[in-house]
Design a protein around this ligand. Structure first.
Ligand code: Z16
Length: 844
């Protein structure tokens, strides 16, 4: 149905079209209107929740007006679009971000104050949108911000989980998971009940030849689930471009429930069908860097991929272009292997639905003029996705056939290139010949993509020489590239650290640095400026006071804001080595206990701060959390140690908490076993906020060192190239342990931190079971380097200079640089220029 308003009536529309509000008075008017009408409240029952709701709705109205215009502009221009497919978007809060991106936070602040509210309290009402686990999900969120800020016509596609990553509670030192139901009131999403896609599962395939002798495959039977679109506006910073993130929610095909069953009295099963359908988008899998191969997860992946591709193809078809133009109009980025089925689904659409023959279709799918790009985020074998063939056969029978065909053609081409190399064929086959057989998703993603990228230089080199080695030989080196990760300076500097942002703006001529982060370079000339350094240090101190207050209010522990704040916040994982950190803390505790009063006076007081979630089924990670909490319980109440050492575990680390924690670090820890952390992105956030790093030569730490200079970072530990050999030197059962680490273990074993039995698996993994992550090998170097940190911190003057120089040199790590690299090297898309930048607040 044509839903467009006829020419004659359009003047009336134009006359009454909403104009985005800009003034304080208009903002207040909107807030009051929303309180009194949308929310049906009044000034006599408007609490902070209601004020948050109304303020958000006022900003949402603004965003949606710009969103509409952006969509019209992009549809009209009809240029190539980017689709970023990600099973995770770790967005955090939207209101603060929206206010800052449209440049109206000060207007809102004054407006809210006149209406009787403090803006911080209102911002704090918002529940985080936590549809992600960690780095991968947050990267997707930063990318959306950059793509909008740079005016790229780009959509994010994901799942609208009813429950995001669980909330973490610490009870008696143990992690307890609580469901994160976040949709009670979410003003940032627009349900699109008119945009619904049928998604099929199970059933079987019937093959026959039609009259023309063409092979036809029909996927029939099984069940249908509906995908309903929910749109979330993504405002760019200081630009009218407002892009879209489309999240799919699952719903039973029969609507509410099956009336036939209901009417015949089968109430239970009528509701069960509905619930089974809704289960698909019910909950985010809480694993970071781990693949568990569960059927429901594969269902999520296909549900989301099928709905997204249907939507993309529908939009393409509206332009009435030939299929051969598809690759010129569309770039699809696969965030990890989770959306790899998109390659298979597109091939299925083209051959089964659109009637193209295989070669014609496959040329479109894998066209070198940009189509699928695949980003790899890890080399850890346990994280690489594999699906059992029987499971696949049952859930997606037609897709499995297509995968077998893709594999057959691929292996034939390998055979032509490397005749007789049977080992090679077995190694690179998309189907692993195991019991049961497995589909190797990364291999499928490589075969179906025109570019494969890693997320930091070391990581991109590693994938080429290890897990994807054979594929470099087969496809040539040009298919493999690097795009080092980045972070958005809008959220991670301007929003999280407004005072630092303001100081930088005052010295660099305004907020321009937020769009061109290399402008930070201009700060180098202030690295020895006394007045500037004083202000710089005051801001760091104020941020530490804020975190100290937060620590006090959440844990009851008093920490001294003048102490060195040493922070490690990230998912808890053996490869990230929080155990190395806590063993180092215990070593420090032992050292302090053995010191004389005179020696103690010379030591810089430290607060060791930890935060992060363990996957619910990851026992070793949970044990590490337990140990950290138990060490804290002992150390924090030891009067003999006092301010010299405090150990804090912050509950439920998430994006909004990171905004308080990151600006408050003096040193942060990025200490993964070399070669295991693909990039890391919190390392970038901490340095950008004037903190230094203690880290291994891993992931993006290496490039951070290159940019900021090796005098400004504390590197330690073995190198990636030596890890394999070192592992071979570990003799199971008689591993030569570092003597200082032995002392730490002895203390743990003396029950100093509670029943040592609880930690046996942890110490045993190092002493008796091969120390896979090289904790003992790196311990001495770690302790020595921490001593260098202590020394360096005593010279505050030099320390501050280091932090200023570091910030000045962080321009490279803006996610804007990253997105520009993807656009040029992988997507081949251009931004859509904005003719007039009207309607924005543009606050300085
Ligand atoms: C994830 O967060 C990452 C990798 C992965 O395979 C799965 C998940 Cl959920 C992380 C990497 O561990 C990290 O090094 C990297 O910075 C981040 O992805 C973004 O690339």
């Amino acid at each position: 149905v044509e839903a467009s308003i006829p020419e004659h009536q359009r003047d009336a529309w134009k006359k009454f079209q909403a104009k985005p509000w800009v003034s304080k008075d208009d903002f207040e008017k909107e807030v009051v209107r929303h309180v009194e009408t949308t929310l049906a409240r009044s000034m006599f029952n408007c609490d902070e929740t209601a004020a948050y709701a109304a303020a958000s709705l006022a900003f949402r109205d603004r965003l949606i007006t710009e969103w509409n215009r952006t969509q019209q502009r992009q549809a009209f221009a009809d240029t190539k679009r980017v689709y970023y497919l990600s099973l995770e978007f770790l967005m955090g809060r939207a209101l603060d971000n929206a206010m800052l991106n449209v440049g109206l936070k000060n207007v809102a602040k004054e407006g809210l104050s006149e209406l009787g509210f403090r803006i911080e309290d209102i911002i704090n009402q918002e529940h985080d949108a936590a549809l992600g686990n960690g780095g991968l999900g947050r990267l997707a969120a930063c990318f959306l911000d950059s793509m909008a800020s740079l005016n790229f016509p780009a959509w994010g596609y994901g799942l609208r989980y009813k429950y995001g990553i669980f909330k973490q509670e610490i009870v008696d030192g143990y992690q307890v998971e609580v469901p994160d139901y976040w949709l009670d009131f979410n003003p940032w999403e627009f349900p699109r009940h008119d945009i619904v896609v049928d998604v099929q599962f199970y059933g079987g395939v019937r093959k026959y030849q039609d009259e023309d002798g063409k092979n036809v495959a029909v996927w029939e039977g099984g069940e249908i689930v509906k995908a309903v679109a929910y749109d979330v506006p993504i405002p760019g910073f200081n630009t009218p471009t407002t892009n879209n993130m489309r999240l799919w929610s699952s719903k039973a095909a029969s609507g509410e429930f099956d009336f036939q069953k209901f009417n015949s009295g089968d109430y239970e099963s009528s509701v069960a069908d509905q619930q089974r359908a809704e289960t698909i988008s019910a909950v985010l899998y809480p694993n970071d860097n781990l693949d568990r191969g569960k059927e429901l997860r594969l269902k999520q992946q296909y549900f989301w991929v099928a709905a997204s591709l249907y939507d993309i193809v529908r939009r393409f078809k509206k332009s009435k272009r030939a299929w051969s133009e598809f690759p010129d109009q569309i770039a699809i980025q696969l965030n990890d292997t989770h959306p790899t089925l998109a390659i298979v689904e597109l091939q299925r659409i083209l051959i089964d639905m659109e009637g193209l023959d295989w070669d014609e279709a496959w040329t479109i799918v894998t066209n070198t003029n940009q189509k699928f790009g695949y980003t790899n985020h890890t080399v850890l074998p346990e994280a690489l996705e594999k699906w059992s063939v029987p499971l696949f056969q049952n859930l997606l029978p037609r897709h499995l056939q297509i995968i077998y065909d893709i594999n057959m053609f691929f292996l034939q081409s390998v055979e032509r290139k490397f005749p007789g190399d049977r080992d090679m064929l077995a190694r690179v086959s998309i189907i692993e010949e195991s019991q049961p057989k497995m589909v190797r998703m990364a291999f499928l993603a490589i075969v179906g993509s025109h570019k494969v990228n890693g997320v930091a230089e070391l990581h991109s080199d590693l994938i080429k020489t290890t897990i994807f080695r054979d594929f470099v030989k087969i496809f040539g080196p040009d298919k493999f590239t690097n795009v080092t990760n980045g972070i958005t300076p809008r959220r991670w500097l301007h929003q999280a650290n407004p005072r630092l942002s303001e100081l930088i703006a005052s010295k660099t001529g305004g907020l321009g640095f937020l769009k061109d982060l290399n402008v930070l370079n201009e700060l180098e000339k202030f690295a020895d400026d006394k007045e500037f350094k004083k202000e710089w240090a005051e801001i760091k101190y104020a941020n530490k006071v804020k975190l100290a207050k937060y620590i006090k209010s959440t844990t009851g522990v008093t920490v001294n804001p003048s102490a060195l704040f040493d922070i490690q916040v990230k998912r808890i994982h053996e490869y990230k080595r929080q155990q190395l950190n806590i063993f180092g803390v215990i070593h420090r505790y032992l050292t302090i206990k053995a010191m004389t009063a005179e020696e103690r006076k010379k030591l810089a007081p430290r607060v060791s701060i930890f935060g992060g979630k363990a996957a619910p089924g990851y026992w070793m990670a949970k044990t590490i959390i337990h140990l950290i909490n138990n060490v804290g319980a002992v150390v924090n109440k030891d009067p003999d140690v006092g301010d010299l050492l405090k150990v804090i575990f912050l509950e439920d680390y998430n994006v909004s908490k990171a905004e308080i924690i990151t600006p408050a670090s003096d040193i942060s820890e990025h200490i993964s076993t070399a070669g295991t952390e693909a990039s890391g992105t919190s390392n970038m956030k901490f340095v950008l906020n004037g903190g230094l790093i203690i880290g291994t030569c891993d992931g993006a730490n290496i490039e951070i060192t290159r940019e900021i200079g090796e005098n400004n970072i504390f590197l330690f530990g073995n190198l990636a190239e030596d890890v394999e050999d070192l592992r071979h030197t570990h003799n199971y059962g008689s591993h030569t342990m570092d003597p200082d680490l032995v002392k730490v273990f002895d203390l743990i074993k003396s029950d100093a931190f509670g029943d040592a039995g609880a930690f046996g698996a942890l110490t045993g993994s190092i002493e008796d079971h091969g120390d896979y992550y090289l904790v003992s090998d790196d311990f001495h170097s770690y302790i020595e380097t921490q001593a260098l940190v202590d020394e360096a911190y005593k010279n505050q003057d030099e320390w501050i200079t280091k932090t200023i120089l570091s910030v000045a040199r962080m321009g490279f790590f803006s996610s804007d640089r990253c997105i520009n690299e993807y656009a040029e090297m992988i997507w081949n898309v251009e931004p859509l220029p904005i003719e007039k930048e009207g309607g924005l607040g543009k606050e300085e």
